[in-house]
Design a protein around this ligand. Structure first.
Ligand code: AMP
Ligand code: MG
Length: 427
């Protein structure tokens, strides 16, 4: 890695996008039942997904003409001459609670109808109970209908307070369009319109390989000179938040072990490695996957990066390889800058860009002028950026306590308190 082959962060981001986005666009859709989606949602473990094809309503919404109000179903023509001076008086017919299919409206009567209950055949309008005389059904809430006669002091236009069958969506029409992220309203609309199965975009499957002979998977005992795998945990959560499925493995700095894991990774869409890309003597990713580009990106942390193609599985599929440095803050800052936006755009389940704005620094900072420096910070009560920890790329607990990434562009060697910086909100 020399000064001359160092890329700008923007250029590297564009190259990651150019390599990864087309690979994700090609992934197949899968059919899932709405019941399975709901069961997953109920456990809190659902992967947010977009529909890969239009879902069409099996039944219309509403499924039948129904009342928008508690009131009386009437024939509008019966009330044409009603006025305060000469109200139209009618006998009260059988009440129609929600969930009951009424018989036809008897001519000359008004049928008590509750919100959502079918409008009886022959009725074409609903008069709100507040506009009837008496303005109650008699017995009070829950007590049924006790009034036997009702008077109306005004005409009503046909269609008033009638929710017409199919006015939301007709049977056979698109109820949720392809490309729409599946959220609460979409789930409700699918369920209500009788859709049992949908075609969804398969979540990208990312194989996360934490390389390092010193690494121990989370939960295992720690020996001398060993380190628990932070990147597998961090990237599993970060990738999950942008709608990816993740397989995370720890791989020692051994080419055969790395190739062995790749050979088993048949359905990965992207391979993401951490570690093993810098200038040490045991750089397994850089040394083994040598068809890929490895070089420097003008940023701190996250300088050493790799990008290319890698062969996975028995079928020897070729998929994108994105290689981040191993220091946990480097890996996560690399994820924020290079991979998270591409994946979020591909899945559509989270905004591709973090909320960004400008804020004044609460304290001075120094920055290597040739590099984009990404520092970690929090906003103080006055909305000023306080740094959390120093620039060291091993300060993971500090990153965990930070709420913003602070961008100090190349060309800047020092900023003073009060100078304004670009920040990304990461929490
Ligand atoms: P490398 O990029 O492989 O040279 O690793 C740089 C530093 O990051 C070393 O101190 C590693 O022990 C540490 N490191 C690498 N991978 C991980 C990981 N998955 N979790 C925690 N620390 C790591
Ligand atoms: Mg290493």
């Amino acid at each position: 890695m020399t000064g001359t082959d160092r890329r700008s962060p923007a250029e590297h981001a564009a190259r990651v996008e150019a390599l990864v986005a087309p690979a994700l666009a090609a992934r197949p859709a899968e059919r899932v039942t709405v019941a399975a989606l709901l069961a997953a949602a109920a456990t809190g473990a659902t992967l947010p997904r977009r529909l890969a094809a239009d879902a069409r309503a099996v039944v219309a919404l509403p499924g039948f003409d129904n009342s928008q109000m508690d009131g009386y179903a009437v024939r509008a023509a019966d009330l044409a001459a009603a006025s305060p001076a000469a109200p139209v008086r009618q006998a009260v017919g059988p009440a129609v609670p929600a969930g009951v299919a009424p018989g036809p409206l008897v001519p000359g009567t008004a049928a008590p109808v509750m919100t959502g209950a079918p409008v009886p055949p022959g009725a074409d309008a609903v008069v709100r109970i507040e506009d009837a005389d008496p303005p109650t059904f008699g017995a009070g809430p829950g007590g049924g209908v006790t009034v036997t006669a009702v008077a109306f002091a005004a005409p009503v236009a046909p269609g008033t307070f009638v929710r017409v069958a199919g006015s939301d969506v007709a049977a056979g029409d698109v109820v949720v369009a392809a490309g729409t992220p599946l959220g609460a309203a979409q789930a409700g609309a699918l369920a209500a319109s009788g859709v049992a199965e949908v075609l969804v975009e398969r979540p990208p499957h990312v194989l996360v390989l934490s390389t390092g002979t010193e690494l121990v998977p989370a939960g295992r005992p720690l020996g001398p000179a060993q380190v628990r795998d932070a990147n597998g945990a961090a990237l599993t959560v970060g990738l999950g938040q942008v709608g990816c499925r993740v397989t995370a493995r720890v791989v020692p700095d051994d080419p055969a072990a790395l190739l062995g894991v790749l050979a088993e990774a048949g359905d990965a869409d992207v391979v993401l490695t951490t570690g093993g890309v810098s200038a040490g003597a045991y750089e397994v990713v850089r040394g083994t996957l040598d068809d890929a580009w490895f070089g420097g990106v003008a940023m701190q942390p996250g300088g050493p990066q790799g990008l290319g193609l890698v062969t996975v599985g028995d079928a020897r599929r070729v998929v994108p390889l994105v290689a981040f440095p191993g220091n946990p803050v480097s890996a996560l800052v690399s994820f924020e800058l290079f991979l998270r936006p591409v994946l979020a755009r591909a899945t559509g389940v989270a905004p591709a860009a973090r909320p960004a704005r400008r804020a004044p620094l609460a304290e001075p900072l120094d920055s290597p002028p040739a590099l984009l420096q990404v520092r970690r910070g929090r906003l103080d009560a006055d909305g000023r950026v306080r740094l959390v920890g120093g620039p060291g790329s091993h300060l993971l607990a500090h990153l965990a306590a930070a709420t913003v990434l602070v961008h100090v562009p190349a060309g800047v060697a020092r900023l003073e308190a009060g100078d304004v910086v670009d920040i990304w909100e990461i929490s």
